[in-house]
Design a protein around this ligand. Sequence first.
Ligand SMILES: Nc1nc2c(ncn2[C@@H]2O[C@@H]3COP(=O)(O)O[C@H]4[C@@H](O)[C@H](n5cnc6c(=O)[nH]c(N)nc65)O[C@@H]4COP(=O)(O)O[C@H]3[C@H]2O)c(=O)[nH]1
Length: 837
Amino acid sequence: MMRFQHRAPARSTLPMQGRGWRSRRPLTRFDDLFQDHPQPMWIYDLVSLRFLRVNLAACRHYGYSEAEFLHMTIRDIRPPSEQARLTADMAAAPHAGPQSSGVWTHLKRDGRPISVRISSHALIHEGRRARLVFALDVTQQVAAERALYKSEQLYRRLIDTMPLQVFWKNLDLRYVGCNRLFALASGLDDPASVVGKRDHDLPWQHGAAEHEAEEAEDRAVIEYGRPVRGREQTLTAPDGRPRRHLVNKLPLHGRHGEIVGLLGMVEDITASRAAGETLRLQSRALDASVNAILITRRAGDDDVIEYANPAFARISGYELAEVIGTDCRFLQGDDREQEGMLALREALRTEREVTVELRNYRKDGTLFWNQLHVAPVLDAGGATTHWVGVINDITAAKRYQQELEHQSTHDALTGLPNRNLFQDRLEQAIAYAARYGHQMWVVVLDLDNFKLINDTLGHAVGDNLLQTVSGRLRAALRDSDTVARLGGDEFILLLPDQPGQNDGTLSPRTVQAVLDAVSAPMRLGAHDLALTCSMGVSVYPRDGDTAASLFKHADIALYRAKDGGRNQLQFYTSEMNARVTERTLIEGHLRNALVRHEFVLHFQPRIDCATGRVAGLEALLRWQQPELGLVQPDRFIGVAEETGRIVEIGEWVLYEACRQAKAWQDAGLPRVPVAVNVSARQFRQAGFVQEVRGALEASGLEAGYLELELTESLMMQNVEGVIAAMLHLKAGGVRLSIDDFGTGYSSLSYLRRFPLDYLKIDRSFVRDMLHDAPGSAIVRSMITLGHSLGCRIIAEGVETNDQLGYLTQEGCDEIQGFLCSRPVTGEAAGELLYADR
Ligand SMILES: Nc1nc2c(ncn2[C@@H]2O[C@@H]3COP(=O)(O)O[C@H]4[C@@H](O)[C@H](n5cnc6c(=O)[nH]c(N)nc65)O[C@@H]4COP(=O)(O)O[C@H]3[C@H]2O)c(=O)[nH]1
């Protein structure tokens, strides 16, 4: 250790007080004190700031030797950051007396900083103005203070950053401290402003009642040491809005366990409560939804159900507990390869929303159609964590849609495929047959006389009949065959290759099955019916290789079958085309026949059986077509009826017949009625009665000389309307006859109501009447019936004297037929009348 070696009297130091600055007496004891003092001490020159003396403790503490110190100034032991402060301190320091100048940072010789508390005293040292400095090392104390400050800061920051309002009160219920949140909630900016106040001193938004309740609770906490936990309350926040709080209060204990106050924590749970409420509502919405909702999570290859709502249980029939944790694929059962599944898998793979329609199966195995909408649920980072699936049971809509589709492709009455569906199937069958070299048959089937049954027995019976025939046809054929209804009484059959049949003919068994289906006796309501049918057949590929040509050719064959007397099956032949061609030809020529005056009337007399004289003349239409020659009615009346031309043609006949009859009368020939055939279509025209009246007026013929022949089937359609029109005509004096009697389904009760003058027995009955007993009995009863209705009986088609004899014997009134005369021109008919004078 270095002693104070340079001690010399000349360097003695005197304090400025006491013995005086000029005293030179060495103060050895003082030096020793200075030198040996445990605190670092030094004297420095106030002008040069140089160290003048340093004690051993200073040398030890700072690490400088005394000699080194004496070459330094007091600036040299200070860091640059303290230099300005030193300058200011020097300037402010008193020239005499002691000074405490606070804590400074000094640097040791090795550069380490220390904190020192400096106190100094002015003095004269060896004639210089100097200062004696005591440096107390407070480095540790400062560090501890700093640490404390720091921890206080930390604690302050901690309670200020807590998402809770924190406060603590003393026994007087005055606030001792609080965090920033609490201060703000109380209406102040700064926690310090809260300290010392009581609740009612703070600018809360809520009122005195709340403060009182609050303090009462505080007092209870302090008095009984019982904490308050999780009390909820709603208070008004400084912004005026209600906030929901969760309040906790604990007693604060002193060093000896005594209660010294309370610590309170208030948590604002408004947002979490609102979120909870939202969740509650959303959960309720999920529960109440009529659509099933699933939330699934991907787990490996599975989409595991995490949530399913009650609607899911209702729709699927599964208990919720059964399905949670399982993959959704149980809903498809084995029906996995569905179109919707492909789209669904793709959407799951690409994590996109999708709506698909799936066939799902309930727990009991029944199918339900599911319109499924799935959407990914993303986390904050945008990754898919779950999927939400909304299941909409669209079974009813699907069924409705299927029904609509069925309706558009099926016949409503019979449930059979309609023409459109048949066409599709035929096209498919053609493609198939073409590929495999098969043949097949298209059969158009028409029920004979259906129209008559429908018209006479009513539509309900007609419908019933069609349904029965449909069912029978369906049952008679194989599943691979198609039966469709084309409309009305027309059916069409598609019969693909019959096993063992490749000769272009239908198997007799199939034909028989179809015939039996139609002709087996049928009881419909009160009616026993026996039907027949006509069939036209075309064969693929012989008669056509398109749906249209097969259709057309089967239709032509049918036409031929009907033409040939019905109740038969006709295969299409190329010659049939000729007939169709002729029909087309006739239809074309008919268009201009009237304007070209190509029609003429022939007349056939009928003879009174009693007198043998002409009783009347029937006007029969002939068509003198330049290219076709004289065309008989059976070749063109049907076409005229179908095309509607019969209306204008019939009108011409009516006028012409009246004109001719009047001309004969005017020529002085015998006055006999002229009979005109009226077609159903013509009769149904709204102005028909007026038209008859017009023809009579135009010709000047008396109504009593005009006779209208109405067919039985015409009269049975819209019976009431027909009777009304007949009564009108009858009232005007016109005579009425029922033509072709016996060929239709006349109801006797109706017959009585028709105001008829004549009943014409159809020539088919006359032809057959002498062949067997039933035939003659039928004619006999017809005559009796006619007479009982008050009609004169005319027998048609009388060709032989035997027929004439029988008819006369049975009381027939008039006869018409080749026996008396064929239909002849108007001129020849005039001659007949002339001869009959
Ligand atoms: N086998 C045979 N036939 C006989 C005999 N006596 C008469 N006929 C034929 O029987 C038909 C009688 O006429 P309808 O039954 O009214 O049958 C008529 C009638 O339904 C219809 N028709 C003729 N003219 C007209 C007309 O002006 N208007 C309408 N709507 N139909 C007419 O055409 C049908 C056929 O007329 P037509 O060919 O003139 O044939 C006539 C006549 O030539 C006979 O002894 N044996």
